[in-house]
Design a protein around this ligand. Structure first.
Ligand SMILES: NC(=O)c1ccc[n+]([C@@H]2O[C@H](COP(=O)([O-])OP(=O)(O)OC[C@H]3O[C@@H](n4cnc5c(N)ncnc54)[C@H](O)[C@@H]3O)[C@@H](O)[C@H]2O)c1
Length: 370
C-alpha cells in the first residue's frame, strides 16, 4: 500500500503522524511511504531522517494526497484539504466529527474511509489512542502549575518542593483518571503535598496503594473541596464524565476561599472545563486572572511538547496503521473489533452512531459497508 504523510497545517500544530522509525516498519512490511517535505520539522525530525529510513519525500501536499491509498494525519482535515480527499482513500487521524457538521459532510461527499483515532476502543471501554495525550497533558499540568506559581507570572511565589525548613506547595487534583494520576505523580515527584479527589472508590483504593506517600486520596464532595481550598496553592482539574460536559466543581463564589496567587489549571477545558470561571486559552496567551486566582486553560496542551507528543501518539497508532496497510481496511477492521470501533464514515455513510445522532443524520451499521 502507498501511505502518505502530509504536513499538518492547522494553526500551532507541530506534531506529525509518523516518525522516521515508523517509515522503516512500513517498508519492512512491503509498503511505500510518501512524506511531505518538512512534515516532521516541528517535532524535530528532518527530511534526511525520513529518507534514511526509506521514505520518498514529496514537495507538495497535493501530491501526497493524490498518490496515497492511506493518509495518516494528526488533526482532522481543514477546508483546503477537503478537495484532496477522494473516494475509497483511507484517512486515519483524529477527526472529532461531532464537533463539526462541515467536516462530516465534506468527508461524506468525498467517499473516503474515515477511521478516527479517538473512537478506537478496547473491550473495557478505554480509548488507547487518546491515552498518551492525557498522559502528556497530566504531566504538563503540574509543570505549568509550578511555573505559574512563580511571582512574576501572578502566582503566590511558592516553590513546589519547598526547601529544608520551609514547607512544600499544597496541590489538589480533581479526578484520579489518566490525566489526574499523571499530574499527581509529577507534583508529588517535585515534592508537593498532593491530594487526589475522585468519586470512584475502587480507583481511590488503587491510587492509595500505588502512589507515593506524599499523595493522599479523598472522596470528591463540595464540602471536601471547600475545606481544602484555603490551604491550596495549585488546583488541577482533570475530571471526565464520558459523553457529557465536565461538572463545575469550583464555582465563582469559591474563588474567594483561595489565597491571592493560587493557580488553577483546567485540563478538562476541552470538555467545557471543571471550574465555572474557565474559558479556553492558547499557548500564546495561556493565563488570565479572576479574583486574584491565576487560570490556565489551554485546550491542546500536548501541542506545546510536539517531540514527546508525536512519539507518544505514533507509538500507539503505528501498530493499527500497519494492520490496515497489510490487510486492507475491510479485513483489518473485521479481524480487530477495537479498530472497527474507529470507523466513522465510509462510502458517504455515517457508521458511528454518536456522530449521526449529533447532527440528526442517517446512521448505517458498520457491517453494511464492510
Ligand atoms: N487540555 C488538554 O490538552 C487535554 C488533553 C488530554 C485530555 N484532556 C481532558 O482531560 C480530562 C480528563 O481526561 P482523563 O483521560 O484523565 O479521563 P479519565 O476518564 O481517565 O478520568 C476522569 C476521572 O474523573 C473522575 N470524576 C468524574 N466526576 C468527578 C467528580 N465530580 N469529582 C472527582 N472526580 C470525578 C472519574 O471517576 C475518573 O476517574 C478530559 O476532559 C479530557 O478530555 C485535556
Amino acid at each position: 500500500m502507498i501511505i502518505g504523510v502530509p504536513k499538518e497545517i492547522k494553526t500551532h500544530e507541530n506534531r506529525v503522524s509518523l516518525q522516521p522509525g515508523g517509515v522503516l516498519q512500513f517498508r519492512r512490511n512491503g509498503h511505500k511511504v510518501l512524506v511531505e517535505s518538512g512534515a516532521g520539522l516541528g517535532s524535530g525530525f528532518s527530511d534526511e531522517m525520513y529518507v534514511e529510513n526509506g521514505a520518498e519525500m514529496v514537495s507538495s501536499a497535493e501530491e501526497v494526497w493524490s498518490s496515497s491509498e492511506m493518509i495518516m494525519k494528526v488533526k482532522e482535515p481543514v477546508a483546503v484539504e477537503y478537495p484532496r480527499m477522494r473516494r475509497g482513500q483511507i484517512i486515519f487521524t483524529y477527526f472529532h466529527f461531532a464537533a463539526s457538521r462541515e467536516l462530516t459532510e465534506a468527508v461524506q461527499e468525498s467517499g473516503a474511509i474515515a477511521i478516527a483515532y479517538e473512537t478506537v476502543e478496547k473491550k473495557d471501554g478505554s480509548l488507547p489512542l487518546l491515552v498518551p495525550m492525557s498522559e502528556v497533558a497530566g504531566r504538563m499540568a503540574a509543570q505549568e502549575g509550578a511555573k505559574y506559581l512563580e511571582k512574576a507570572t501572578g502566582g503566590r511565589g511558592v516553590l513546589m518542593g519547598g526547601i529544608p525548613g520551609v514547607p512544600p506547595a499544597n496541590v489538589i487534583v480533581l479526578g484520579g483518571g489518566i490525566v489526574g494520576v499523571n499530574a499527581a505523580k509529577i507534583a508529588a515527584g517535585m515534592g508537593a503535598n498532593t491530594v487526589i479527589l475522585d468519586l470512584n472508590i475502587p480507583r481511590l483504593r488503587y491510587l492509595d496503594d500505588v502512589m507515593p506517600k506524599n499523595v493522599r486520596t479523598l472522596y470528591s464532595t463540595e464540602g471536601n473541596i471547600r475545606a481544602l481550598l484555603p490551604h491550596t496553592d495549585l488546583v488541577i482539574g482533570a475530571v471526565l464524565i464520558p459523553g457529557a460536559k465536565a461538572p463545575s466543581l469550583i464555582r465563582r463564589d469559591m474563588l474567594s476561599l483561595m489565597r491571592p496567587g493560587t493557580v488553577m489549571v483546567d485540563v478538562a477545558i476541552d470538555q467545557g472545563g471543571c471550574f465555572e470561571t474557565s474559558k479556553p486559552t492558547t499557548h500564546d496567551d495561556p493565563i488570565y486572572i479572576i479574583d486574584d486566582v491565576v487560570h490556565y486553560c489551554v485546550a491542546n496542551m500536548p501541542g506545546a511538547v510536539p517531540y514527546t507528543s508525536t512519539l507518544g501518539l505514533t507509538n500507539v497508532t503505528l501498530p493499527y496503521a500497519v494492520q490496515i496497510a497489510n490487510k486492507g481496511w475491510k479485513r483489518a477492521l473485521n479481524e480487530d473489533p477495537e479498530l472497527k470501533m474507529g470507523l466513522n464514515i465510509a462510502d458517504g455513510k455515517i457508521v458511528y452512531k454518536y456522530v449521526a445522532d449529533a447532527f440528526d443524520m442517517a446512521y448505517t451499521p458498520a457491517g453494511e459497508v464492510m
